[in-house]
Design a protein around this ligand. Structure first.
Ligand SMILES: Nc1ncnc2c1ncn2[C@@H]1O[C@H](COP(=O)(O)OP(=O)(O)OP(=O)(O)O)[C@@H](O)[C@H]1O
Length: 580
């Protein structure tokens, strides 16, 4: 928790005021049993109605003041904890947004979601608990011992014997439960991952008639989670019976001893009642201490998990002194020299010794068998990863010297997996260019061959888009994603298999429109479909991460056996199709 104190700082006023008022309330609460004792001894037993009214009134006044103090404390706790949680959530989200793909790969989506939600909720509630109880509970425990000793020192001794016994119970429960709570958070991570996969993959699950298998898997995970919770709950639940047993034994001891004292006349009946009250206070307060200790240990595990995100060193950052990118330049937009890259240390390279130069306003086609490194290449261009060796120059400057935001503003990226956001067509286009006018939007939709299916819709640009674009077909989604990239009139447009779901005619129309309307744009088209890249100024052929061809279609037909094979395979397929 200490690691996150900087997020509490803006609310320190509330963090100080809250416990102080709770302390006042505890003081009033501690005085009440004494007043009650006096009321019984001097009022009820002596039939002094005036004294009963006087003491009753005083007790009521103290209770009302105590209530007011509680309200101030509750208010402070809720302002501070909610504010703290909000700040923390914002900072964590901002940090995650700075993560390069390497950090995202390292953590994984599900644990980041759990950390952003359940872990932050836990530390937020822990702060509220701290403000409300952290001073009050120990104060009440110690105060009760002192008050009991003030009535009779021997009673204070009984209280003092109960205290370490109680602490021992709490200690044992804590030692047993803390590691289990960490396990619980891990299980929640795993469960979230499975749920997310099951929901996003529901179509595949149904198509493969695997619903029951997946349900069984989720059931298994859920049972595992429940089992861990049950295990930890069972141990934690031991606290209450054990403390109640202690309370009863303590009450027995106090009653036996004080009863004897009352008989001797050295103690009053009111004192006995006050002592029982103090004993209950002490044990109730200690139970609270036990519970907050357990809660704090859980929260501390969560705080560490949040801190891990916040302190993760981001492997790709914008340079401190970025180069000023020229508005126009004759330097190649991209120049890669001997670029290699591996996702993991020790694993085989996903890209190995790649070199090519892409001139401004030209088109590069990238092809190669599946898994040959095509997407990886684009991810290096977007600087989602840095190469392990070799150099990449962007418009004449080293890529890692270019401001990341500026770089990504200059690039229009259409990824292999189409991602559209829930909202409207307009929202999705504005995502590409927030300043786009209505005319810009229709222009982008025209270029992307998307107007044909957006225009007939009743709400046109305001037509709803479901999460991930689920209410559009695969090809329509791709075209909307292309429109979103095109609308920013990018200097460099990356199309990663972005035409794969289009029919040949639409694919051709789209490329012709791009050629006609985006004359200033340099383009990299990744595709396994020959027709999509055949007319590119240059084609890069990859095979198993290696560069096995670079040139025009005609040149590659002569020089690259892998390209020849791709061409031959596709021509055979075309032949089969046309014969069929
Ligand atoms: N995030 C990742 N972590 C580890 N390895 C990865 C990751 N992404 C890709 N790879 C590996 O890198 C290699 C190249 O993958 P890449 O996605 O670049 O291929 P591709 O040519 O685009 O394939 P496809 O045509 O199927 O899209 C593959 O062996 C793949 O398993």
């Amino acid at each position: 928790m200490l690691k996150l104190t900087r997020f509490i700082r803006p609310y320190r006023k509330y963090v100080i005021v809250g416990p102080i008022f709770k302390l006042f309330e505890a003081i009033f609460e501690l005085i009440l049993p004494l007043l009650m004792a006096r009321l019984i001894d001097n009022g009820i037993l002596k039939h002094d109605v005036g004294y009963v009214w006087h003491m009753g009134g005083l007790m009521l006044l103290f209770s009302v003041i105590g209530l007011a103090c509680v309200l101030v404390c509750q208010y402070s706790a809720s302002v501070a904890s909610m504010g703290f949680g909000t700040e923390l959530r914002r900072a964590t989200y901002e940090k995650i947004n700075t993560f390069s793909n390497r950090e995202l790969d390292h953590f994984g989506t599900s644990t980041l979601i759990t950390r952003m939600t359940s872990d932050i909720n836990l530390v937020q509630n822990a702060l509220a608990l701290m403000i409300r109880l952290v001073i009050r509970a120990p104060f009440l425990s110690i105060g009760s011992i002192i008050m009991a000793a003030m009535i009779d020192w021997r009673m204070g001794l009984i209280f003092l014997v109960i205290l370490p016994l109680f602490s021992l119970i709490v200690y044992v429960v804590m030692v047993k439960t803390v590691p289990l709570y960490k396990k619980v958070q891990q299980k929640i991570d795993e469960f979230n991952l499975d749920i997310a996969e099951n929901i996003t993959g529901v179509r595949v699950i149904r198509a493969f008639a695997k619903r029951q298998t997946m349900e069984k898997e989720i059931d298994g995970d859920s049972n595992q989670l429940a089992k861990t919770y049950r295990h930890v709950g069972n141990i934690a639940a031991l606290t209450n019976p054990l403390t109640t047993l202690l309370l009863n034994l303590g009450t027995l001891a106090v009653l036996s001893l004080s009863g004897y004292q009352v008989n001797l006349g050295s103690m009053t009946q009111g004192d006995v009642l006050a002592l029982i009250n103090y004993l209950t206070y002490m044990l109730a307060a200690l139970t609270v201490v036990a519970n907050i200790t357990i809660y704090f240990t859980r929260a501390s595990a969560s705080a560490s998990r949040i801190d891990e995100v916040l302190t993760t060193k981001v492997s790709i950052q914008s340079p401190d002194a970025p180069v000023a990118l020229p508005t126009t330049t004759d330097a190649p937009i991209l120049d890669l020299q001997h670029v290699s890259f591996g996702y993991q240390k020790g694993a085989a390279n996903a890209l190995d010794d790649i070199s090519f130069t892409l001139l401004q306003h030209k088109w590069l086609g990238v092809t190669g068998p599946t898994g040959s490194g095509k997407t990886t290449l684009l991810e290096l261009v977007l600087r989602f990863y840095d190469p392990t060796s070799g150099t990449i120059q962007y418009s004449g400057d080293p890529l890692n010297k270019v401001d990341l935001t500026e770089l990504r503003h200059q690039i229009g990226d259409v990824s292999q997996k189409t991602v559209l956001f829930a909202g409207t067509v307009r929202d999705n286009l504005k995502f590409g260019n927030p300043d786009a006018t209505e005319a810009d939007m229709w222009w982008a939709l025209d270029v992307a061959q998307a107007s044909s299916f957006i225009k007939p819709l009743a709400k046109q640009l305001d037509s709803p888009v479901a999460a991930m674009g689920a209410n559009f077909s695969g090809g329509q989604r791709q075209r909307l994603a292309i429109a979103r990239a095109v609308i920013r009139k990018p200097k460099l447009l990356l199309l990663d298999d972005a035409l794969s779901a289009l029919d040949y005619q639409t694919d051709l129309n789209l490329r012709l429109a791009l050629q006609d309307q985006l004359k200033e744009t340099t383009m990299i088209i990744v595709s396994q479909r020959l027709s999509s890249i055949k007319d590119a100024d240059q084609i890069l052929v990859l095979d198993n991460g290696k560069q096995v061809g670079l040139g025009t279609h005609a040149e590659l037909l002569k020089t690259s056996p892998v390209y020849q094979k791709i061409v031959a395979t596709q021509q055979n397929m075309e032949g089969v199709k046309s014969n069929g």
